[in-house]
Design a protein around this ligand. Sequence first.
Ligand code: NAI
Length: 468
Amino acid sequence: MSEETQFDLVVIGSGPGGYVAAIRGAQLGLKTAIIEKEDNLGGTCLNVGCIPSKALLHSTEMYHFAGHGATEHGIDLTNLSISIEKLMAKKSKTVDQLRNGVKHLMKTNKIKVFSGLGSLEGQSKVRIRATGKDLAIEGKHIILATGSSTIELPFLKFDGKTVVSSDQAIAFDQVPAKLAVVGAGAIGLELGSVWARLGAKVDVIEFLPAIAPTFDKDVSKMAERLFKKQGLNFHLQTKVTGIKKSKGTHILTAEKGDKTIEFEVDKVLVAVGRKPYTEGLGLETVGITTDDKGRITVDAHYKTTADGVYAIGDVIPGPMLAHKAEEEAVACVERIAGQAGHVNYDVIPNVIYTEPEISSVGITEAQAKEQGIAIKSGKFNFAGNGRAIASDGTDGFVKVIADKATDKLLGVQIIGKGASELIASAVTHMEYGGSAEDIARTIHAHPTMSEALKEAAMAVDGNSIHSA
Ligand code: NAI
């Protein structure tokens, strides 16, 4: 066997989990290879997920502002128009730039990149299949970072044209007149917002009684009210039952209680979650087990049930988030290299990039109650924040919850402009085991939106200065 096929570390999958694992491995002196079955590195997040959706959200937010808020600032934009072709070209340019960035990082870190479908083939062996090519390589350590794929509803199968996943909904070539979105989670709300801003009539159908149901209930309620004003129509506690064709149009059927509802649709985006992707991975060849949700079983150090094989990211239990995968990648490789990598699962931020944005870290009031933790909380509305008033950001609030006895920070929820950035400081305070008072006594620049976090922390003990 030539040297080129023997590695210390072989990573299967090049998403944020996989490529970060490869870079950390190379940094720690491991001879590293990465295998990717798609044409480009970067996985779902970079190619069809986080990055293209953020590019579309940014462009359409500007368009929405131009059409709705600009005149109030004295900006005259009569004859406003938008070209979907150019909008998509701008998105593709962003994605291309980052694809090249990952490629460059593989090169500078001397990581060998293999194109093809990687699968386990017994102890330490990985086969790579690509059109016209079949290669076997060996890795002393193998990391599975194959990510996830969209969940399909049995009565609403993807056809790529009318019933679509987020993969297609980031690339429509025209604005659908009537778009139904099944699921009011991160994808449903983000892509629903994009197409509503561009003029589609958007109906969001959610099974549960709240949108963004994993967030604090006050956040969900405010989000629903604000997104309704932006034109999103919500149908909560509603169960989609199927789709039928009638007189040349498509009718989506749903049930709310004992009522049947019908929606005439041009497109249906199904965004009801994702499932671990392990197809063709050869788990059985080394005896790797999965749980009832198809997630690879791992121990606290990401070891699977097979010697020398590890798994990280969406393919193992935990929130399916790029930053969670990245942290696991670093921790897993550091453990392989004999270091003490660790992920703090209590402090993983979660963001929905709508306008306003929604972000959180730690537990909600409801979770504290479920867990029997006595808490105190403080809330501050952006309406009382000078910077928010000066920059059209008064919608929303920050809520801080802390342990009643010790004041230790347990969770922060934010709905408001720039919430994705604001949450970082709460995450840092929590990572260091900080208290609400620690935030309250930290100086925040004035005028900034971040002062709302400080004020919410002050409100935990009734000391907010600017609360009305
Ligand atoms: P999700 O799990 O965030 O939301 C799915 C929603 O669909 C839930 O509210 C659920 O109650 C609802 N639902 C499930 N079955 C339904 C049915 N039959 N009818 C109506 N509603 C139904 O899943 P989503 O939005 O598809 O995202 C997939 C994954 O990707 C998630 O883990 C998410 O966290 C991640 N992601 C994260 C983003 C971010 O961090 N901003 C952006 C996009 C995705």
